[in-house]
Design a protein around this ligand. Structure first.
Ligand code: DUC
Ligand code: ZN
Ligand code: ZN
Length: 478
């Protein structure tokens, strides 16, 4: 006798009622239902089932979780390792409404791209508290096998790469061009850290010879022109290779203008900026602890900051990400006395700052203050990164079928950033004292509550590796 198959009754797990649902292109008052970690429905007067948890979001905004496209967790750099490991960093991310992070894998000499990804994933997977993926920082394409291994990475689910035009592990223009050519063939996006290495090296030597050693000279050695020239060159190389380009942490006016021009001409050139460039200027390097703000690229002058905000409003800046790479104050003090007890200078300060918990709250606060719309903040921090890095089939929006990565945001809750209130392992924050209008009050990662009212509720190892789709951009589509 044939037994009738028992139909599994799926439980509606969570119902967020009465909120204002904000996505990149719509704002509606509606309820949102979650089942099995996915968004099941968005609509009016949705009814809970027996056992459904109901959350009243009246007066609150319901947003997609942010996607931080640029982090350096547990990264060996500047003679140490960045303070936040994959657990501390993703815990902090969750508490700032970020539900996916893209961390950088630095390829070792002679290492294939997939081996590099697997090496880092072995460290990340047991620790991550939210979902994650990687970009590969390409350092060695000196053999055809290494260059070809980019294609294996795309098949593995990592279709985005980054080259550094600066630092000793950076690539020369020839290798950069080869990486761009390869990307065009295999459906990949190349990101670039654009600063002119040779000019930077010359300026460093000159300033140190003149006894100019404090943090201000870090900015001067990586000034507007040092970054802008490299932006222009990177765009030209992408045009020559006939492919797209993603400029990471864009922080100068000349670069913004070059991006705008290329996009106006129809080229698929995309730019990311970071909250630190939108909030701080190079004035921070004159502070007593200016060394705490040393990151690359450095914060620039007000003119550049204004140009970046104008680029955002015009739609020429596609994403905001953090470049989260914290170091302790004791490590920042290596700019005074190195870890070997020698006199330090601006080159002996590890580059990078914490920011993973501040991105979405800051951008949403700027929206709440009226500088941009909430939709724009969502587009920059969630929807565009998901499209650019190939995960819009699962994340970056609030739509039935997508992962239930959701943030509930209280526009009336004012918040002053202090390091004590942050959830990473860092001992200070450059954002200390910054006043935000509105703040996230709850974060869900695939339907699980991972943050509520100042408290982290997630679990180490609960984050999942997200396989991203191959990428092809033929014009400035976003
Ligand atoms: N810039 C930083 O400030 N830190 C890590 C790497 C980088 O490029
Ligand atoms: Zn960089
Ligand atoms: Zn970076």
């Amino acid at each position: 006798m044939q037994r009738r198959k028992k139909r599994r009754v799926l439980q509606l797990d969570l119902l967020i009622k009465n909120g204002t649902i904000v996505t990149a292109d719509s704002t509606i008052k509606a309820d949102l239902a979650v089942k099995d970690g996915k968004i099941m429905a968005i609509g009016q007067n949705l009814k809970p089932e027996k056992g459904t948890e109901v959350v009243d979001a009246k007066g609150k905004l319901v947003l997609p979780g942010a996607i931080d496209g640029h982090t350096h967790l547990a990264m060996p750099f500047g003679g140490t390792i960045s303070t936040d490991d994959y657990y501390a960093g993703t815990r902090s991310a969750a508490c700032g409404g970020t539900t996916t992070v893209f961390d950088f894998v630095l390829q070792g000499k002679g290492e294939t791209m997939v081996d590099a990804i697997k090496r880092r994933d072995a460290i990340a997977a047991p620790d991550v508290a939210v979902d994650y993926s990687f970009h590969v920082g390409v350092c060695d394409v000196t053999t055809p096998e290494l260059l070809d291994s980019m294609e294996d990475a795309v098949k593995y689910g990592v279709p985005s790469f980054k080259v550094f035009m600066v630092y000793d592990f950076g690539v020369d223009d020839g290798s950069f061009y080869q990486v761009l050519q390869k990307a065009a063939k295999i459906g990949a996006l190349v990101g670039v850290h654009a600063e002119n290495r040779d000019v930077n090296n010359v300026l460093v030597k000159q300033y140190l010879a003149e006894g100019k050693t404090d943090a201000w000279w870090h900015y001067m050695a990586k000034n507007e022109d040092v970054e802008g020239e490299a932006d222009v060159r990177a765009i030209n190389l992408a045009k020559m290779a006939g492919t797209s380009l993603y400029i990471v942490h864009l922080a100068n006016k000349q670069g913004v203008e070059a991006v705008t021009k290329a996009r106006d001409e129809g080229y698929p050139i995309f730019a990311e900026t970071c909250p630190q460039y939108l909030y701080f200027t190079n004035e921070v390097y004159k502070r007593e602890r200016g060394r705490d703000f040393v990151c690359s690229p450095p914060m620039k002058g007000k003119e550049s900051q204004d140009a970046i905000w104008a680029g955002i409003k015009r739609g020429d800046i596609a994403t905001v990400a953090t470049d989260h790479c914290p170091f302790t104050q004791a490590e920042k003090d290596w700019g005074i006395t190195t870890k070997d007890g020698k006199p330090g200078n601006f080159t002996t300060i590890p580059n990078g700052c914490a920011g993973i918990e501040n991105m979405y709250p800051y951008m949403l606060s700027e929206a709440n203050k009226g500088r941009i719309s909430f939709n724009k903040a969502v587009e920059l921090c969630a929807t565009n990164p998901s499209k650019l890095f190939g995960l819009d089939h699962v994340k970056g929006d609030l739509l039935p079928g997508l992962d239930a990565d959701i943030v509930i945001y209280d526009p009336k809750k004012n918040f002053t950033i202090t390091n004590d209130a942050m959830h990473g392992d860092t001992d200070h924050t450059i954002w200390e004292g910054a006043k935000l209008k509105g703040y996230p009050v709850a974060t869900y990662s695939r339907g699980n509550l991972v943050y509520k009212d100042g408290e982290f509720l997630g679990k180490k190892g609960d984050g999942k590796f997200i396989k991203c789709k191959p990428l092809k951009f033929t014009g400035p589509c976003l």
